[in-house]
Design a protein around this ligand. Sequence first.
Ligand SMILES: *[C@@H]1O[C@H](CO)[C@@H](O)[C@H](O)[C@H]1NC(C)=O
Ligand SMILES: *[C@@H]1O[C@H](CO)[C@@H](O)[C@H](O)[C@H]1NC(C)=O
Ligand SMILES: *[C@@H]1O[C@H](CO)[C@@H](O)[C@H](O)[C@H]1NC(C)=O
Ligand SMILES: *[C@@H]1O[C@H](CO)[C@@H](O)[C@H](O)[C@H]1NC(C)=O
Ligand SMILES: *[C@@H]1O[C@H](CO)[C@@H](O)[C@H](O)[C@H]1NC(C)=O
Length: 441
Amino acid sequence: MSSCWKKSNVVAGVSIAIFVSIMSLSYLQRKKLTSLWVYEINTSSIVIPTTKWCRGIPSNNTITPLKDHRTFIIAPYFDNRKNKVTRVIAIVHHNDVKELYCWFCHPSNDEIHISKAEIDVHPDRFDFPYGATDLHCPEPEDWEPRYVSIHWSPDGNIDHLPLFEIKNREPEGSPVDFTVCISTMFGEYNNILQFVQTVEMYRILGVGRVVIYKNSCSPLMEKVLDFYIAEGVVEIIPWPIDSYLKVSSRWHHSMDPKDIGYYGQITALNDCVYRNMYKSKYVLLNDVDEIILPIKYANWKTMMQNLQEQHPGAAVFLFENHIFPKTVFTPTDMFNISSWSAVPGVNILSHVIREPDRKNFFNARKMIVDPKKVVQTSVHSILHAYGDNIYVPMDVALVYHCRVPLQANLPRESLIKDTTLWRYNVSLIGNVSKVLQHIAL
Ligand SMILES: *[C@@H]1O[C@H](CO)[C@@H](O)[C@H](O)[C@H]1NC(C)=O
Ligand SMILES: *[C@@H]1O[C@H](CO)[C@@H](O)[C@H](O)[C@H]1NC(C)=O
Ligand SMILES: *[C@@H]1O[C@H](CO)[C@@H](O)[C@H](O)[C@H]1NC(C)=O
Ligand SMILES: *[C@@H]1O[C@H](CO)[C@@H](O)[C@H](O)[C@H]1NC(C)=O
Ligand SMILES: *[C@@H]1O[C@H](CO)[C@@H](O)[C@H](O)[C@H]1NC(C)=O
């Protein structure tokens, strides 16, 4: 009975007689439905605003800490691909968080449905104490919740808990073909020239939208982003993860023992997949210094049409990552790009020499996925999908990755000249110059 008493606090100001009827009704419902804890209150006998149970505080933030400071909610997504659940993308402390409850409130009557969340910490945590986590919340059987709160207890007053709108319930609008997910922009990012070149390459290859989980960037970069937001190309997801957790700039805990790896990159990628599940036919999961560059085809669309025809059961296409060191230059005098010299950042047209694969090393891959078939993703592989993995060979496409070298000591003659990028020189140079002029850089 004590739990019922706590719950009755919510109904302050109503007579004891009504309390008793509510409690007995709740009690009956709890007995009747043993696996589901349903509290149904008959509102025709008492006047309570219908939003009574939904009066948590709507959260508009991309990262919302719960009171325990061990659980951070990103967003809930409806997922009925296997069972009918609300899948809440979250970050939790893998050891400290053992129990969470999903409080669904009915949109129009005073019904609340509480289910115990299955806490599924993704296996790719790399020893950091916090990791990307799915909370699986079984939904009510006979109604569709629009909001959910997450609480450590199935009892108590949830009035002031953050309330999250459940996304993906209704597929919206007509989807684009390709969305690139960039997780995460951090460290006062100011590599303007490489960024503009990269986004223009994505556009030439067929991108519909570039989603950027933004932690921090320079004021100049802010200006560039504003331009692309106005163009409808870039969507910014604020990602203030370092306000809550100590972030590592390395991938493994042993290299930099903080709370979470790489600014919570894996969580951002998973959120991006679900966020774009019905908004994009394909999602590209790569970093801001990477371009999945077709070799056999002119753009992503013809490439994916062909690959998908060859592999109808595929969910995930993996592309080999190749390092084009930004320390190794090739002259670009033949290109009309002198107007770019004042723009800060790397000019990728100068970097068309790549490192050979390292023997006996894991050569990373990046992915193009069908988001509707993905359940959980990591950075270089999909952890769980409804479909096959396809390893796309090098003669079809590669990941052009312009960064600091991995094999800095190799002599230049051991490196490989690869001018695939230059095939796009005419449209790339024209389009980049136009953008730089427009932003007045
Ligand atoms: C609610 O209570 C009223 C009055 O007691 C009753 O007539 C009605 O059938 C109840 N409604 C439901 C849905 O139980
Ligand atoms: C959240 O967004 C809604 C609508 O977009 C707005 O009405 C509300 O004030 C926002 N809440 C907060 C806390 O910013
Ligand atoms: C070189 O590019 C600039 C724009 O950046 C353009 O105005 C100029 O006409 C170009 N010159 C040639 C020779 O194409
Ligand atoms: C630039 O692209 C054109 C085709 O658009 C090609 O003919 C030319 O060879 C390319 N330039 C270089 C230096 O690769
Ligand atoms: C980029 O350049 C090509 C060829 O010059 C042009 O057809 C295309 O519209 C340009 N794209 C954008 C986004 O400006």
